[in-house]
Design a protein around this ligand. Structure first.
Ligand code: KE4
Length: 435
């Protein structure tokens, strides 16, 4: 990438050239490669509050929030201090420590459906373990997931819809075997009738229904009225377990997560992102008699060298303590409402069709003249236009997720002045991408 002003190669480009020699695609997670939006990935050097800074000294207002965890902004002094203090006591014990129970108590007191949890290190581990637990607890093997929902890179969850009427998944990644994918059934998100049809045919074999209660991996897609309630009732009727993947929504859209807002009780909940405050912390949890089937108490095995790591626990505790600040989620909702209203107004003035949505500090934006209801709708959005918008916003100092299939995240640090700056940048960017 060359600097638009000096024409010289940027430091970011040099970092990318170096990284590509030793890291696959120069990245450690595919979305960071900017493949969906074009151009070279920008390398960041630091982050503070609502801003991130690249290696060339450019400052951006951040709408990624490291995919959700930075709910109180980056490098909050109280969080940094908690991590520093913990680090001085040792980076990892591989043994029990008090802070594991302290973080677990905060989480279980916030979410009524969870009596007991197990910490792991990534959302992928959380969903993989939750599915294994559901299969262990029910003695069944089949699983329902929804098209467009992403639950990490678990073999049985990297599946795409099969051809024709078959709802059985087919591998959606090289290396995933047909047998690994073969027990997973795919259903369109928000399609209550399709769920009921699959449950009528396979209900007695279904160990679990796994769902993002608010989908954030096909853009922002809220649940249709009655959709989640139907999942709860068909699980009750069939003896299958309902798993909410709240890795993204947990403590992001509300204290506890979406299930608290909706007054719903899944059997197992997966958490991540905010509960670690940016450190590699995730968890799965549920009612006591279910979780006690996990080793060492029960026969379902799951383990992890760095699970419950003291640095991650300290970061999560400090972050969730901040999340208990009076009015936080109302403030995030108000900021998100102001931002999405500004996006819609600016797009309209530029003659562009835009659909937006938000819940708490989680925001969606898609170039479409209709709301996104499921994965087919998400695919029908104008992703080329999103890519152009991404590049224009980057030039205008706004750091967006590098894919139209992602959600955006704001923090308590995104005050009204910053929201106005984002709206102004969006107005200029919409104009720049309008033919
Ligand atoms: P991780 O294994 O990446 O920690 O979590 C997987 C996961 C599970 N469940 C949900 C609902 C998720 O959104 C994720 C991961 N989210 C993506 C962003 N859409 C992480 C970004 C990335 O893959 O680099």
């Amino acid at each position: 990438m060359t600097d638009p002003h000096s024409g010289k190669q940027t430091q970011s480009r040099a970092c990318y050239e170096r990284a590509r020699q030793v890291l696959v695609g120069g990245v450690n997670s595919p979305v960071r490669a900017f493949r969906a939006v074009g151009g070279d990935p920008v390398f960041l050097k630091s982050a503070k509050g609502a801003h991130v800074y690249d290696v060339d000294g450019n400052r951006y207002i951040d709408l990624v929030g490291t995919w959700g965890p930075a709910i109180f902004g980056h490098a909050h002094p109280e969080v940094v201090k908690a991590v520093q203090d913990a680090a001085e006591r040792g980076l990892s014990f591989g043994a029990c420590c008090e802070s594991e129970a302290e973080l677990a108590e905060i989480i279980t007191s916030a979410i009524p459906s969870i009596d007991m949890i197990r910490f792991v290190n990534s959302g992928t581990e959380a969903t993989m373990s939750a599915v294994r637990l559901a299969r262990a607890a029910t003695g069944r093997s089949k699983l329902i997931k929804f098209e467009g929902c992403y639950h990490g890179h678990v073999d049985s969850l990297l599946v795409a819809a099969g051809s024709g009427a078959s709802t059985f998944g087919v591998p959606d990644s090289a290396g995933v075997t047909p047998s690994a994918a073969g027990d997973t059934l795919l259903v369109p998100y928000n399609d209550t009738r399709a769920v009921q049809r699959v449950m009528e045919e396979h209900g007695s074999d279904i160990a679990a229904i796994l769902v993002e209660p608010v989908a954030g991996n096909m853009g922002f897609v809220p649940p249709a009225d009655g959709f989640l309630e139907t999942l709860r009732s068909v699980c009750d009727d069939s003896g299958g377990l309902l798993i909410f993947d709240e890795v993204m929504t947990g403590f992001r859209v509300a204290w506890g997560g979406y299930q608290v807002l909706a007054d719903l009780k899944p059997d197992i909940t997966c958490l991540g992102k905010v509960i670690g405050g940016g450190m590699p912390v995730a968890a799965y949890g549920g009612r006591r008699e279910l979780m006690e089937q996990v080793s060492p108490l029960g026969s379902m095995y799951q383990a992890g060298t760095l699970s419950g790591n003291p640095i991650g626990m300290a970061c999560g505790i400090a972050t969730l303590k901040l999340c208990q600040t009076e009015g936080l989620y109302e403030e995030l909702n108000n900021s998100a409402a102001m931002l999405t209203k500004g996006f819609s107004q600016a797009a309209k003035e530029a003659g562009l069709s835009l659909t937006t949505g938000f819940l708490g500090g989680m925001i969606g934006l898609a170039f479409s003249d209709k709301p996104v209801f499921n994965f087919v709708d998400a695919q029908d959005c104008d992703h080329e236009r999103f890519a152009a918008f991404f590049r224009a916003m980057l030039k205008n100092g706004i750091w967006l997720p590098p894919s139209g299939y992602e959600a955006m995240f704001i923090s308590s640090e995104h005050n009204n002045a910053i929201i106005e700056q984002i709206i102004d940048a969006a107005a200029a960017s919409f104009k720049a991408i309008t033919p």
